[in-house]
Design a protein around this ligand. Sequence first.
Ligand code: NAG
Ligand code: NAG
Length: 184
Amino acid sequence: MEQVFFLSLFCLICGALASSGTETFYSLSAKDITGKMIGFERYSGKIVLVVNVASECGYTDYNYIQLNQLQLRYGEESLAILAFPCNQFGAQEPAKDSEINSMIRYKYKPQFPLFSKVNVTGESQSEVYRFLINSTNGLEPKWNFCKYLLDRDGLVVQFFDQGKTFDKIYDSIDGLLYRKRREL
Ligand SMILES: *[C@@H]1O[C@H](CO)[C@@H](O)[C@H](O)[C@H]1NC(C)=O
Ligand SMILES: *[C@@H]1O[C@H](CO)[C@@H](O)[C@H](O)[C@H]1NC(C)=O
């Protein structure tokens, strides 16, 4: 009797674990702006900032300059910035990947990778954004240059709206760096 009880309890727990899914940030992948597939397991152990970018926005200069400074400040060992061009906000990223890539490289020399253009919401939503939006209970970009911050275990810890949020981003990254890693 007791055995049956524990056996069914065990199965319930297994079932719950299975249905909660095994998808993590590190199980995702995305095409970079040159078409090469990038597996996100390579970001394991790093702080990650995911940002949707656009080339023709009033915030474009400010953000690329600030993102470069942020990347240089923390270095590639600690911080990975992943930039996803997206044309969904004001149609301000109209060009093709190859054109975006050469224009942005020429203008800003980005110190971080650009990925292939995505939709962050809607029918052709990128699986990276599906994961990010789901992890924050529905917080989604409403404009260009919104950001998700992930800790060194790949958990989404903060969402930043468009606008001048870099002071807050520095504070949050400092907080994550000096916090002990979660016991896994
Ligand atoms: C984004 O969605 C629009 C409208 O549905 C579509 O035309 C476009 O091809 C999509 N872009 C990407 C990169 O999936
Ligand atoms: C997140 O995904 C789970 C499992 O697919 C789903 O039940 C839930 O409604 C999603 N949450 C949001 C905010 O999309």
